[in-house]
Design a binder for this molecule. Structure first.
Ligand SMILES: C[S@@+](CC[C@H](N)C(=O)[O-])C[C@H]1O[C@@H](n2cnc3c(N)ncnc32)[C@H](O)[C@@H]1O
Length: 410
């Protein structure tokens, strides 16, 4: 299927260079994952017209299928997240692993890590994807080391399991009860979980009646299809010229979004936090903090032609709705040249209150969560949800249970 004129020597050189980078950045931690990454010809699993430089870039996912609206529904995931998730699974030779979401390359690396005595089952809901993965795995010599089947992995895979590890390589909004049932008692479930629109690849282990995290990595994945699909709600707010700003809610959408009609015509307010960030420093944990604690949290997108689109460098796509008003995360140059200061700009009659609520959360994050150890995540299945949660623990309701997020205190 791939172009046979590919420069194999160049591919091997780029793969080794990328392995060094992933090790240096801490995504590759173990000798097994390093060896697996160096062994699998990644370029044999991406569409033939993909430049080698793109294939062998740490953070580029290569889309392999889009739906009728152009939304990516299948891809070869970015190299950094593949190795990070395999590390999170803490696999050993001889283990059995279920990969949810096929593509070939990740399953081939899993086969390398669990070795000839291990087992890899890869499941995808889309028969076109499984056909492609089967063909590419065969061609790359992994045909008898990986079994690929077509199924909606929301449901138990009859005749297989329990697995020492389940690695979900598609964005999940909830944990399917079947995953817990198919996981060995001391197994690890690695899943990119969406929590109010913000995702982390979380490694979960059993802790009595619930699951607790052993690690978490920032991750973004194409969304789950089938029975576990979760639809976000979108509200389009047109300006006076018909160009729109869109607010997208993962959960907690306003009861009466019509209160926001015409909101972009109002005067804009702004409130600044005094909290600064140096250029190039990640603040992904602020997004998670908002997702947990900012009322009316949603994602913001601005069409070309809107005022917001003209000021793209001054804001980030995170917002909070308060009745007839909304505030969005903004930055301005910091006074002392120390990077940028966070604040909130807002539209609507109660914009000042909306912006203040956002700034209070920026300040709370700065005081209680920033530069501290990562939070721990837990999943409590329905029927096992605790009556009380420790103070400061955020809780997000899911269909089959509750996710809690706790920042270390003290
Ligand atoms: C990011 S791709 C998988 C990447 C792949 N593991 C690799 O080697 O790079 C996500 C896949 O999940 C699949 N998928 C979505 N919903 C699913 C479901 N409910 N059950 C199984 N597969 C699903 C999609 O069809 C898509 O091919």
């Amino acid at each position: 299927m791939n172009d046979t004129t590919i420069d194999e020597a160049r591919a091997a050189e780029l793969r080794d260079k990328l392995a060094d980078e992933l090790k240096e950045a801490g995504y590759i931690k173990s000798a097994q994952v390093e060896a697996a990454f160096r062994a699998v010809p990644r370029h044999a699993f991406v569409p033939a017209d993909t430049p080698l430089e793109v294939t062998y870039q740490a953070d580029s996912a290569v889309v392999t299928k889009r739906d009728e609206y152009g939304v990516a529904i299948s891809s070869v995931s970015a190299a950094y997240i593949q190795v990070a998730m395999i590390e999170q699974a803490e696999l050993e030779p001889g283990m059995s692993v279920l990969e949810i979401g096929s593509g070939g390359v990740n399953a081939a690396m899993l086969a390398e890590v669990v070795g000839p005595d291990g087992q890899v089952l890869s499941v995808d809901i889309d028969p076109e994807v499984t056909a492609r993965a089967t063909e590419l795995l065969d061609a790359a010599g992994y045909g008898d080391r990986v079994k690929v089947i077509t199924a909606d992995a929301e449901h138990e895979i009859a005749g297989f399991g329990p697995f020492n590890a389940i690695i979900v390589t598609v964005g999940a909004w909830d944990l399917a009860p079947a995953w817990r049932r198919q996981l060995a008692p001391d197994g690890t479930l690695v899943v990119p979980l969406r929590m109010n629109g913000v995702s982390r690849s979380i490694a979960f282990r059993r802790a009595n009646d619930h699951l607790t995290s052993t690690s978490a990595v920032v991750a973004g994945f194409v969304p789950m299809q089938g029975a576990g699909q979760h639809i976000e709600r979108e509200f389009r707010l047109p300006d006076a010229h018909g160009h729109a700003v869109t607010l997208r809610f993962d959960s907690g959408a306003p009861d009466d979004p019509s209160l926001l009609n015409g909101v972009l015509a109002s005067d804009r307010s702004e409130v600044w936090s005094g909290v600064t960030v140096k250029h190039g420093v990640s603040f992904a944990d602020l997004h998670l903090w908002f997702a947990c604690f900012l009322p009316g949290f949603c994602k913001l997108a601005a069409e070309e032609g809107t005022d917001l689109a003209q000021e793209r460098k001054t804001w980030f796509p995170f917002a909070g709705v308060r009745g007839d008003s909304f505030a969005y995360l903004s930055v301005r140059p910091a006074m002392d040249g120390a990077g940028a200061e966070f604040g909130a700009r807002a539209y609507g009659p109660h914009g000042q209150e909306a912006a203040t609520a956002m700034v209070e959360q920026i300040q709370a994050w700065d005081k209680q969560a920033r530069n501290r150890p990562e939070p721990t995540f837990a999943y409590w299945p329905t029927g096992h949800i605790p009556a009380d949660l420790p103070e400061g623990t955020a809780a997000l309701n899911k269909t089959h249970g509750l996710v809690t997020i706790s920042w270390p205190t003290g």
